[in-house]
Design a protein around this ligand. Structure first.
Ligand SMILES: C[S@@+](CC[C@H](N)C(=O)[O-])C[C@H]1O[C@@H](n2cnc3c(N)ncnc32)[C@H](O)[C@@H]1O
Length: 337
């Protein structure tokens, strides 16, 4: 294997960490790397706009990331990867990509360095109530269907997984929505939300729960006052919003970690798999298939689809949104068949 590494499952230790493991750390943002550029012999030779083969060390680092996390940087994104490596090189006081690549593959702390690099390269763009039609469909169609499918069970429990939750806006949105249903269709139900991401810094941010105007732009005044309190110019989620939301670190390419995420009623994996190649996507989707209960629903991002990725899931059209369910199903004799 190139780069001398094994698969991501073995590389990244214990994909699932104990929840709230780092909720007290408040300063989660890295220093501004502006102005710092990785200088290598090849990049120094290259003039602006000159096409040249990708630098071998950068390709090696790309392979390390791909095998560890399923994230693939095509050639036209390698300059972005180089910039992100530059941030780590600056932090480590390492001068060349070759030395940095050795930090990722050869040294004793390579796993820690890989986690640090993944913190830099993952893109966490998100916001509260990012996809309102999807949320409406969840509330009006999906939850009633799940309640019906589980009506014969003695325990009334709903499990929703936000896979690739970034800084927490998506799972907290789901929590607010479920909370609104607690005196209605979810009365006497226990609804829990598991929120996972590979980016440790994003998870620290999520647990701190403080958000600025960009993230909170879609919040109505009623939601602001009911589910947040002010913290200077920002809003912080309150105790009601935090309740029943558990954050954990999980790499979607970690096969052993993924097998722990069993018995889900709904999985949200929005705007995550766009960074994966087909092989990695297929592997993750197969885990989702295994982890969903028979009546379960999988939601992807607005522009994402499983076309050409997976044939086991079936696309369903909900009012204003689409989702995936497990094959042909009928509700017969009080059960989904
Ligand atoms: C664009 S954000 C999406 C956030 C949210 N789901 C939404 O739609 O608003 C993508 C997230 O996927 C996470 N991610 C990327 N690769 C991952 C992997 N291999 N395992 C887990 N999370 C990953 C990133 O860290 C990032 O937080």
């Amino acid at each position: 294997m190139r780069g001398g590494i094994s698969r991501g499952d073995e590389q990244i230790p214990a994909g699932v960490l104990p929840s709230r493991a780092c909720s007290r750390i408040t300063d989660c943002l890295a220093g501004d790397p502006k102005g710092f550029r990785v200088t290598t012999a090849a990049s120094a030779r290259r003039g602006p706009g000159t096409e040249s083969p990708p630098e071998p060390e950068l390709v090696r680092i790309r392979d390390v990331i791909y095998h560890a996390a399923g994230i693939f940087h095509p050639d036209n994104k390698l300059s972005l990867l180089q910039d992100r490596c530059g941030r780590r090189m600056k932090a480590l006081r390492v001068a060349t990509l070759r030395e940095y690549s050795e930090c990722l593959t050869g040294r004793a702390n390579r796993q820690a360095e890989l986690i640090a690099l993944l913190n830099e390269i993952t893109i966490g763009e998100t916001s509260f109530f990012r996809n309102q039609p999807q949320l409406d469909a969840l509330r009006r169609v999906v939850i009633p269907n799940i309640i019906q499918a589980k009506s014969h069970l003695p325990i009334r429990r709903l499990r929703i997984w936000s896979a690739g939750c970034s800084t927490g806006e998506e799972p907290y949105t789901l929590r607010m929505l479920l909370r609104e249903e607690e005196s209605g269709q979810l009365k006497n139900w226990c609804a829990e939300i598991l929120a996972t991401d590979i980016n440790q810094r994003s998870l620290v941010h999520a647990q701190h729960g403080v958000y600025g105007t960009h993230s909170t732009r879609n919040l109505t005044p009623a939601y602001r006052s009911k589910y947040f309190h002010s913290q200077g110019d920002n809003l912080q989620v309150n105790a009601i919003t935090r309740a029943h939301v558990t954050f954990s670190r999980l790499n979607l390419s970690d096969n052993s970690g993924m097998t722990f995420m069993k018995s889900m009623d709904v999985i949200f994996c929005c705007n995550v798999l766009i960074y994966f190649d087909l092989v990695s996507k297929r592997r993750v989707i197969q885990h989702f298939f295994n982890n969903l209960l028979p009546h379960g629903y999988l939601f992807l991002g607005h522009a994402e689809s499983l076309y050409g990725v997976n044939d086991d899931f079936r696309l369903v059209h909900l009012p204003g949104a689409t989702a995936y369910v497990k094959g042909e199903r009928t509700f017969t004799g009080g059960k989904w068949q």
